[in-house]
Ligand binder design. Structure first.
Ligand SMILES: Cc1cc2nc3c(=O)[nH]c(=O)nc-3n(C[C@H](O)[C@H](O)[C@H](O)COP(=O)(O)O)c2cc1C
Length: 179
C-alpha cells in the first residue's frame, strides 16, 4: 500500500478542505494517507513516505513563508520520490488563470523554488466576505471589482471545482512510487 503525505498551508481552512477531499479520494483508491499542517510541530518528514503532496493558499499575492521554508528544508526528500504541488487562490476562478503556466502566482512561485514537482495544479478558492476583517474585505472587493467578480459583501462562494480536485487525486494515484 502506498504511504502518502499531504502537507498543507492554510489561513481560513479552505486548503485543508481541498486536502480532505484529496485524502478521501486517494484512500478510496487504496492509498494510506496522512494529512498535516506545515506548521505542525514536529512536521511529518516527507522522507518517511512514498509520495508527497504540498498544497497552499495565496494571501496578498503569496503563499505563506512556511511553504518555501518547507520546500527548502525537505528538498532532497521531495526530489527523490513522486511529489506534487497545488495552489489555491481566487484568481484561478478565471478559466484563463487556472493552469500552472497561466496562474500568475504559481508561475512566479515555481520560478523561485528549486523543487520540480511531478505535477502542479491550481484550484479556485473560496470567497467569504462576512468572515473577513474590514480591511481584508475592502481589498478583496477591490480585486474582485477589477477582475469582474462578486463585490456584494454578503457573498460566500466556493469557486473550487471538486471534480478537478478528484481528478488530481487520480493523477497522484497513477504516479509510480518508483518514479
Ligand atoms: C486577506 C486575503 C487575501 C487574499 N489575497 C488573494 C490574492 O492576492 N490573490 C488571490 O487570487 N486570492 C487571494 N485571496 C483568496 C484566497 O486565496 C482564497 O480565499 C483561498 O480559498 C483561501 O484559502 P485558505 O482558506 O486555505 O487560506 C485572499 C484571501 C484573503 C482572505
Amino acid at each position: 500500500m502506498t504511504d502518502l503525505l499531504i502537507l498543507y498551508s492554510t489561513t481560513d481552512g479552505h486548503t485543508r478542505r481541498v486536502c480532505d477531499v484529496l485524502a478521501t479520494e486517494l484512500e478510496r483508491l487504496g492509498n494510506q494517507v496522512t494529512v498535516a499542517d506545515m506548521l505542525d510541530q514536529p512536521q511529518p518528514d516527507p522522507a518517511d513516505f512514498d509520495k508527497v503532496v504540498l498544497g497552499a493558499s495565496i494571501r496578498y499575492g503569496k503563499h505563506a513563508r512556511v511553504v518555501s521554508d518547507t520546500i527548502a528544508r525537505r528538498l532532497d526528500a521531495l526530489q527523490s520520490r513522486p511529489s506534487v504541488f497545488f495552489s489555491v487562490n481566487l484568481v484561478a476562478r478565471k478559466p484563463n488563470r487556472n493552469q500552472p503556466d497561466t496562474n500568475p502566482y504559481v508561475k512566479k512561485f515555481l520560478a523561485k523554488i528549486a523543487w520540480r514537482p511531478d505535477h502542479v495544479a491550481v484550484f479556485a478558492g473560496k470567497l467569504d466576505y462576512p468572515a473577513y476583517a474590514l480591511t481584508d474585505r475592502l481589498v478583496i472587493q477591490l480585486i474582485m471589482w477589477m477582475t469582474r467578480g462578486p463585490t456584494d459583501p454578503t457573498t460566500v462562494r466556493e469557486f473550487t471545482d471538486w471534480d478537478q480536485v478528484k481528478a488530481f487525486a487520480g493523477l497522484i494515484d497513477g504516479l509510480s512510487a518508483g518514479a
